[in-house]
Design a protein around this ligand. Structure first.
Ligand SMILES: [Zn+2]
Length: 238
């Protein structure tokens, strides 16, 4: 084995170890969890089996552990991190603002932001907020060129906004890939979207606004009335 192969093997093992450690931590957090709400207790007792089930009964996520239990395969990624300075009479105050994206790579996605004087508490709070803000999205194949009926793209054109930024996602045929800016690729990955075209408006370099607008667009795929209207229009065109 060459030195390079050895290094490669070592790195792979480390990744697996990190993953394993994360799973163990998650398991421990769940077993230590004492639910504050009745619905939280039902989740811990296994009476509610999925987030779909949870939301179908009209529940709101008040405890982030609900997401830990129901979506064990949840992925997390820090999408933005900033050090902010506030000048006060006493001097300069530093704090950190973290933005964390969570998603199950299928139909749930959430974004949370938080501030703290320390780096890791800011990230932890943002992760917690992302879990509390988790929302369902709908995928589909809204592409005229494709019509495969699989959920590899968005079901129809959707737009989302955050301050001056607008992100529009358009259905694309299979094999197109993610034709989007690097700053929102993770959002689509976390939502399980494989093929999509996009248009963006707005002249800011703020990654966070692009991420928020992309999530806003994806969440509107789940706007049932809108999708019914469009389905009707599609039927009429046939
Ligand atoms: Zn298709």
């Amino acid at each position: 084995m060459t030195e390079r192969e050895k290094r490669g093997k070592r790195r792979k093992r480390t990744d697996e170890e990190i993953q394993l450690k994360k799973q163990e931590d998650n398991q421990k957090a769940i077993s230590d969890w004492v639910p504050h709400t009745k619905i939280g207790k039902n989740v811990k007792d296994g009476e509610i089996k999925s987030l779909d089930d949870f939301f179908a009964k009209g529940n709101k996520i008040i405890e982030p552990h609900i997401v830990d239990v129901l979506v064990p395969e949840l992925k997390e990624k820090m999408v933005d991190f900033k050090k902010t300075t506030k000048v006060t009479r006493q001097g300069r105050n530093f704090s950190f603002r973290a933005a964390v994206l969570v998603g199950d790579g299928d139909s749930y996605i959430g974004l949370g932001t938080a501030k703290d004087k320390e780096k890791f508490p800011a990230i932890n709070k943002a992760t917690r907020n992302a879990k509390l803000a988790i929302k369902k999205i709908r995928r589909g194949c809204g592409s005229w060129e494709c019509r495969c009926n699989q959920s590899h793209s968005v079901p129809f054109q959707v737009s989302g906004k955050s301050s001056s930024v607008t992100v529009t996602l358009l259905p694309a045929p299979k094999g197109t890939g993610l034709v989007v800016g690097d700053n929102i690729k993770a959002v689509l990955n976390f939502a399980g979207v494989k093929d999509v075209w996009s248009k963006t408006k707005g002249n800011t370099a703020s990654t966070l606004d692009f991420v928020k607008a992309a999530i806003d667009a994806l969440v509107s795929t789940n706007n049932v009335r809108l999708s019914e209207d469009i389905t009707k229009k599609l039927e009429e065109k046939k």
